[in-house]
Design a protein around this ligand. Structure first.
Ligand code: NAD
Ligand code: ZN
Length: 509
């Protein structure tokens, strides 16, 4: 990804938001104005007063040239730093620019309250600011990544900047970055993290994407082999893991080698588990290729395999070194898989992001158009939760929304329903129950059901599935405790409550 440059008119809080963003992403923070001042040995007002704007811009260009040669960082730029074409090319080839923007009134208020001296705005602040915005209108609107900062605290805006960028850093369990970006960038990301001697693990349906990954790695002199296992949950077992362990040995993988898991949740869980156990644990990288694995399975560090007795019964916590999600890969995903993954996206919207929920309510075409934003927002919801509660002691249980009924329905349907389809049914069933017991606002279940069904997801328990069997299946679900089952129930869009339920029959009524 390279550097992250924060740009925009004065008063948008580039330095404050930049500092917080850098802290969140565990990157160094650079304020370009401070670099200019330290290089020149005088303050910006002094440079402007004694040498003029032209010289100041020269100094800005040389400071920028210094900064981009250093390791990845978050850089707050001066409000006119990219007016020079040369500077713009420099930053756009060395990272991403995110534009912070606000209304004139907001900027005026903030600048008026600030004691910082801004030579270009000295005397008649409102008029000068207004004409600066007018003159640079076209310039500022030419940056594709934009964040409006009129509202919210600097802390909230830093979080929003992460969503816009599609970049997160997890540190609750192991330290790793989650990045939404083209897989063409994988080589440079691996290089920056010192990952050596990689092998690609994928499934037979996704193997054609492995060529692109391998090609990207050739650029840094790596020649990874690809192991393609048969696709599907029925192969997420010890036999396949055995095959992977042996293949790792045959390919000369040692403790310093790494595994690139390229595929859906099945590949991520299984390759991650193989990596976590091979030579007592080697590094791995998750490159999720399904919507479900991007927004859910690849986040949180859980790996595992199934036993004939049940799903995910053997596993480990072994977070990857990096998660790289490229939404373009979803273009080849079968429609049913894609729609199934949308159930988890909607779940994340219900948990804490009403804007994401509203985006889904626009229908499938809109969802596909806004794919990148959708993936970034949905990831952000899960990341926030697992950062707060990595070992499922509290709030992480809210991620089970729709899953207590969903898992049971999935099982009783003998996996004829895809996971997301069963979760969709689960969300609606649980929302109706939440309304009946007075936890949810009236009409919530209908609102949710409408969005899910607009996107092509089922919302009712199929008639042929017996309620008794579903109740039995809920009871043996691993989330049970002795007397009651803890449900995550929606209260409103953006809010979920944990409730212990003893009478399971009443949930399905
Ligand atoms: N570790 C976790 O925290 C966690 C969380 C949720 C789910 N999971 C696990 O994830 C698994 C389900 O994941 P899934 O839904 O991604 O299923 P999956 O991995 O089986 O992928 C679904 C299908 O799509 C194909 N496919 C994948 N990407 C493709 C692409 N880009 N183009 C064409 N075809 C593609 C696959 O070959 C497969 O046939 C389950 O095993 C579940 O237990 C794990
Ligand atoms: Zn799920």
């Amino acid at each position: 990804m390279g550097h992250i440059f924060l740009y925009g008119p004065p008063g948008t809080g580039k330095s404050t938001v930049g500092r917080l963003l850098a802290r969140n992403l565990k990157l160094p923070f650079v304020d370009l104005d401070r670099v200019v001042e330290s290089n020149a040995g005088m303050s910006i007002p002094q440079i402007m007063g004694q040498q003029g704007e032209e010289i100041f811009r020269e100094l800005e260009t040389s400071a920028l040239n210094m900064v981009i040669r250093q390791s990845e960082s978050v850089v707050a730029l001066g409000g006119g730093a990219l007016l020079r074409y040369e500077n713009r090319i420099l930053v756009e080839t060395h990272g991403k620019v995110i534009l912070l923007m606000a209304q004139l009134e907001t900027l005026f208020k903030r600048l008026n309250e600030s004691s910082k001296i801004r030579p270009l705005l000295a005397g008649g602040l409102l008029e000068k600011l207004s004409s600066l915005l007018e003159n640079r209108k076209e310039h500022y609107s030419s940056f594709p990544l934009c964040l409006v900062v009129d509202q919210g605290t600097a802390e909230e805006n830093a979080y929003k900047a992460q969503m816009v960028l599609g970049r997160f850093h997890l540190s609750a369990m192991g330290e790793y970055d989650v990045i939404v970006q083209s897989i063409d960038q994988l080589a440079s990301l691996l290089e920056a993290r010192g990952l050596k001697n990689p092998i690609i693990v994928t499934d037979e349906n996704v193997a054609f994407h492995a060529e692109k990954v391998a090609k990207s790695l050739h650029k840094i002199g790596l020649k990874p082999n690809t192991l393609a296992v048969p696709a599907g949950e029925e192969f997420k077992n010890l036999n396949t893991v055995s095959f992977l362990w042996k293949s790792f040995l045959e390919n000369g993988l040692d403790r310093k080698s790494s595994v690139i898991a390229l595929g859906g949740g099945v590949i991520g869980d299984m390759a991650g588990f193989a990596a976590s156990t091979y030579m007592r644990g080697i590094n791995w990288v998750a490159v999720p290729t399904t919507l479900l694995s991007m927004v859910d399975a690849s986040l949180g560090g859980k790996t595992g395999i199934d036993l004939p007795e049940g799903k995910n019964l053997v596993g480990s916590f072994h977070p990857p070194m990096l998660v790289l999600a490229d939404p373009q890969l979803l273009r080849t995903l079968p429609e049913r898989e894609f729609i199934s993954g949308l159930a988890e996206v909607i779940k994340h919207g219900i948990l804490s992001d009403p804007e994401l929920f509203n985006l889904c309510a626009q229908g499938l075409d809109c969802v596909k158009e806004e794919m990148e934003q959708l993936v970034k927002r949905a990831m952000a919801v899960k990341i926030r939760i697992i950062e707060e509660d990595p070992y499922e002691k509290g709030i992480r249980a809210t991620l089970n929304l729709g899953h207590t009924v969903g898992h049971a329905v999935e099982l009783v349907s003998k996996f004829q329903l895809r996971h997301g389809e069963a979760v969709s049914i689960g969300i609606v069933t649980e929302a109706k129950y939440a309304e009946r017991i007075g936890i949810a606002t009236k009409g919530l279940a209908d609102t949710i059901a409408e969005v899910l069904s607009t996107l092509g997801l089922p919302i009712q328990i199929p008639k042929e599935l017996s309620h008794e069997e579903i109740i039995r299946a809920m009871k043996v679900d691993k989330k049970r405790n002795a007397q009651a089952i803890r449900f995550a129930l929606p209260a409103q869009i953006g809010k979920v409550e944990l409730v212990d339920v003893t009478d399971l029959g009443s949930v399905l009524d």
